[in-house]
Design a protein around this ligand. Structure first.
Ligand SMILES: Cc1cc2nc3c(=O)[nH]c(=O)nc-3n(C[C@H](O)[C@H](O)[C@H](O)COP(=O)(O)O)c2cc1C
Length: 338
């Protein structure tokens, strides 16, 4: 896990990935970071993570998630992304940084949010353009790569799921046209492109599931794929499960293996890993990179400090965001106050 690995045209120093994690430390309306945002990322960079995937940045106000999210929707935002990247690289000159491009779609907070079954082709074409422009901004801000957020019932993930997407036109779920168009548009920017892909909605009898994920990965060429899943409401599991489950997507990795995708495609698996010992289960399955989200909130130095701070998966970190606070670990906060 402390060996190097190549993704597209760059090398990552080790196999640990900080999976995108909203800090909710940006202005609610403008998406401009507060000082706390920079402090969080500088500290994360010092923790020797190989690839740091920034929190989701909204590509347009229509795709805003509704909390204190980072923005990449205008050229003015480039300077804030660059400032964070420069700080991280000064703290760790080997770090690789990825910009996560997101459109919350039906899940967002905008008054005119996109509903996938009612959207027009013009709505979707506008989204494609917005992802392309955001990728260009990410390139100008000095990121090593971008990641399309196609998970967690955000816009792209809903369009590839026949549970959410009931369309029968060219945008029907099985054709994944919006995702294909976004990828093609972002490719013209000439920056490595990965995806955080919904690989299981956990809704009985419907895509997305491991088999449909393999179909998408085989049809579209991404520089890396991060495995995720889970949903809301009817879904059997949430993305951010409470409790002790480990390695949430082993069944997806087994399907990738059965279809020989692990040999052809750099893969990150995220979900349910508490520490590097846990991650060994995924490395043993042949997965090259393992992602962590909540663990970095609990202890952003866990890769190098001999970690004793357990994340108990109480999910109060994400709960804080919905209360209008920044995403923080309440256990660590209490420990600091002692
Ligand atoms: C506070 C919080 C914020 C998150 N923000 C994002 C995000 O911005 N983008 C994203 O793709 N996933 C986000 N996630 C999901 C995580 O990246 C990850 O997929 C999930 O938490 C499972 O990984 P874990 O078990 O290591 O926490 C977030 C999770 C948490 C707890």
């Amino acid at each position: 896990m402390f060996t190097k690995f190549n993704i597209a045209n760059f090398e990552v120093e080790n196999r640990s990935v900080r999976s995108a994690t909203a800090t909710a430390t940006c202005d609610l309306k403008t998406g401009i970071p507060e000082q706390k945002f920079y402090d969080i990322y500088e500290s994360l960079a010092r923790g020797h993570v190989g690839l740091l995937i920034q929190e989701h940045s909204f590509v347009s106000l229509r795709g805003h998630a509704g909390h204190k999210q980072f923005g990449i929707h205008t050229d003015e935002m480039i300077q804030y992304h660059k400032k964070a990247n420069d700080l991280m690289r000064a703290a760790n000159d080997k770090i690789r940084i990825c910009c996560q491009l997101a459109h919350a779609g039906p899940n967002g907070g905008a008054a005119n949010k996109i509903q996938i079954n009612e959207a027009t082709a013009a709505d979707f074409e506008e989204v494609v353009q917005q992802f392309k422009e955001a990728a260009l901004r990410a390139k100008k801000a000095g990121y090593d790569c971008v990641q399309l957020h196609s998970g967690h019932t955000y816009l792209l993930s809903q369009t590839i799921s026949d549970f959410y997407n009931k369309r029968t036109d060219e945008y029907k779920a099985s054709d994944f046209k919006l995702l294909r168009d976004v990828l093609e548009a972002v490719r013209t920017v000439n920056i490595p492109v990965g995806i955080k892909l919904q690989c299981d909605d956990f809704i009985e009898g419907h895509s997305m599931n491991a088999v449909s994920a393999c179909k998408i990965i085989s049809a579209l060429k991404f520089d890396f794929v991060e495995v995720t899943g889970g949903g809301q409401g009817v879904a059997k599991y949430s993305t951010i499960r409470a409790g002790k489950d480990q390695y949430y997507y082993r069944h997806v990795i087994q399907e990738f293996k059965a279809q020989n995708l692990l040999d052809k495609q750099p893969v990150i698996v995220t979900g349910g890993f508490e520490n590097v010992e846990d991650a060994q289960m995924a490395f043993d399955d042949g997965v090259p990179l393992v992602g962590y989200s909540r663990k970095f909130l609990r202890n952003d130095q866990f890769l190098i400090d001999g970690d004793t701070k357990k994340c108990v998966r109480c999910n109060q970190c994400i709960g804080a965001i919905y209360k209008g606070q920044d995403a923080h670990c309440t256990i660590s906060e209490r420990e600091r106050q002692k």
